[in-house]
Write a protein that binds this ligand. Sequence first.
Ligand code: BMA
Length: 839
Amino acid sequence: MIVQSLDGVWKLTATNAYENNAGISSGDTFDIAIPGDVHFELLKQGRIEDPYYGTQELDTLWIGKSDWSIERDFEYHRQLGRTYLCLEKVDTTATLFINGMMVAAFDNEHHIHYLDITDFLDEGQNNIVFAFTSSEKIAVARNSRLSYPIPCSRYPNDSANRNLVRKAQCNAGWDWGPCIMTVGIHESVRLIQSQDFLFESFAAVPSKGKGTWKLNLELQVQSSKACSTKCNAVLQAKGKRFCKTVKLDLKKGNHIYKTMLEIPEDSVDLWWPNGYGEQPLYTVKVTLGEEDKSTLGAKVGFRTIVVKNKPTMGGKEMTVCVNGKDIFAKGANWIPLDAIAGKMSAERYDRIIRDAAWANMNMLRIWGGGWYEKEDFYNACDRYGIMLFHDMMFACSTYPADQWFLDSVEKEISDQIRRIKGHSCIALYCGNNEDLGALTWYDETKADLEKYYKDYVKLNDDTVGRIVVKEDPSRMFWPSSPCAGPGDRSDNWHTDGKGDMHFWSVWHEGKDFDEYQNIRPRFCSEFGYQSFPSLQEVKTFCPEDQLDLFSDVMLHHQKNPSGNQIITEHFYRLFLKEDPSLSIEEQARKLEFPKMLYLSQVQQAMAIRTAITYWRSLTPYCMGTLYWQLNDVWPVSSWSSIEYSGRFKALHWEARRFYENVTPLLYIKDNKLNLYAVNDTPTKKKVDVLLMFYDYEGNGFDFVSYKNTLKATSSTLLDEIDLEDSDLDAEDTFCVAYMWVDDKELAYPLMLSKPKDAFMNPPELKLTVVRKYSNGSMDIKIESEYPAFNVMVESPVEGVFSDNNLLVLPDRPAKIRFTPKEAVEDVKFSLNDLYSATH
Ligand code: BMA
């Protein structure tokens, strides 16, 4: 086998440039690095302004409306029988020419191609061209030919009919994302020469036997003729090598060949989700061929994983069970890493997945409006023990059920499942995001629900589901998120007893945070609350004269039309006394901009904490919470807990606390203060808990202590205090639940009234750098005169804090560490706290 990379500098031509203010005309040519995309390249060369800055997204919309070609010349010398062109993530509608001859046409970004191009190649110089037609134009043309409408959800600034082209749906714009209709090839382009066959890929999926592990190997081979060959599989584990050699009789064409390596159970250690143990990964290599050999390798983790969906406790559970242990799924929803594919990198994937694991998450849901992720993403999830709830890439829409579409989807699903199923992190597959619900969203569908439901079933159950199960029967196929289970059309936005829920009544319907306590979900796979980015983040896209919530730029970076209003209106429910003579917008306009940014983040953290605290207290009735959303594709006001730049919002700091494996949970419901202790681990835990009551001067005036042994995977009610009957003065009391478990001390504060009614005092915070290390890190101490809540330390230089969003009590200063990216002499830290932001 001979591999020749075609990566490197190609030539980009604007073959049909749409009207633009970048001075680019049809026929203009540029260099382009492949893998890469047009936006990334033009930005890198300074040909377009940064679409993430100001309102400049609008100035780059023309790129997606234009046609482009990407081409290069290359040397080729035939040495072996056949030559194949290997392609992935060709984005999207394109025709491939080699030496002027048409080879193939593409219109699904999620397809993987191994094209035998031997007969198109010349000895010596060759030319390869990908001629891209605007996906947007194709989508609009397809729409005009439909015999009945196929509606999808639309966003303030979007590309029409995105549901008629198979590319990442959020490229067309979303309620947190810009419209950036990428064009390009996002993975390496390779030519492979081989004698009789091409060993395209293999997947290694472990299954448990009696006292053994079976490593099921599936090899995908394309053969130019019937022949027989040798297959040699080697697994390296704990200093041992396990091998198997079999003879394979290859048939002409594309086929899957199966073989299996069986090893004693104790020759490998188990792979566990984050928080439950280690994530050992073992290397397996498969070699095919004798003289002309091809070897492919993979890393595999040994674990069993099932999703239970049995009728239990009066409904239907959704419980992830790994190695026989039920796991409370803790995490968030994942959207693509960046709106511009060229900006994604292995380092960024590693950092953000590590940051999810740092926050005690063990699961992410790959949301169906993005794409089947890059290998770097799955590898990071395998390494950090982050399980995946994996949607197939359909979201918030109806889709065609015509044969051409079904055929395209069939190849998409089988290509992708074959590619990803070897990853230990994948827990379950799901048909789509909200498409079942979307059937009731549009006038067209409401008018003929049964017709659209039939189409939905044809695509989702009969095509997507069928292929998923055929390609990987080792995982559950969950029909849609949310849903109550196969064939059940319940409204899982509001019905809570079965399957997974998307609970949006607080954000989209404007209910109070208490509303989270009015449902008892079995698994809540989406619920979110927006916040603004931090001031430093805002400054990356907003000029000084636009630092105002209602400026054009800030409004442009808020893609949820009611977003700012929902956030600011809620400030007056929670934090600020209303001025009845003014409207909420007039009041909000008077607030200081930086304070609003901070306050919105504290508010978001409170919302999500309220939900998760209550739902975790329902363990094991509820067995999963995945908030919306972990990350951002560009700097924007959104539901994320990590900003585009990677900086944590208050919510992400809070997530590490509310997702602790063993933790106190404190909440008020129906005017009763509930104290729970939850234990997610598979073993008993001895805990000491102290519930301390303080006034706002900081005096601890009462306490109750508890000693308990918590059962595995359980939630234990330690106390319920009726606030009505107690003599506690809610407005002058907050409490802190302290827990000592293993070597940790945890502290979980709660105010007994709304912050706006609490008698908080100005804390007079004092920050001191108490120690500096040679690597530039510094230890910081924060002291206060009076109790200070949600203290956020910010640094003007880039770096990492060890903790933030802190509770500082007069006799309990906070101590954290800051490690700047590059060593600096002094850092001028700034501080925010709840009192100062609201007075
Ligand atoms: C959910 C998601 C997304 C959306 C989010 C916020 O339901 O599935 O489509 O971004 O709501 O509105």
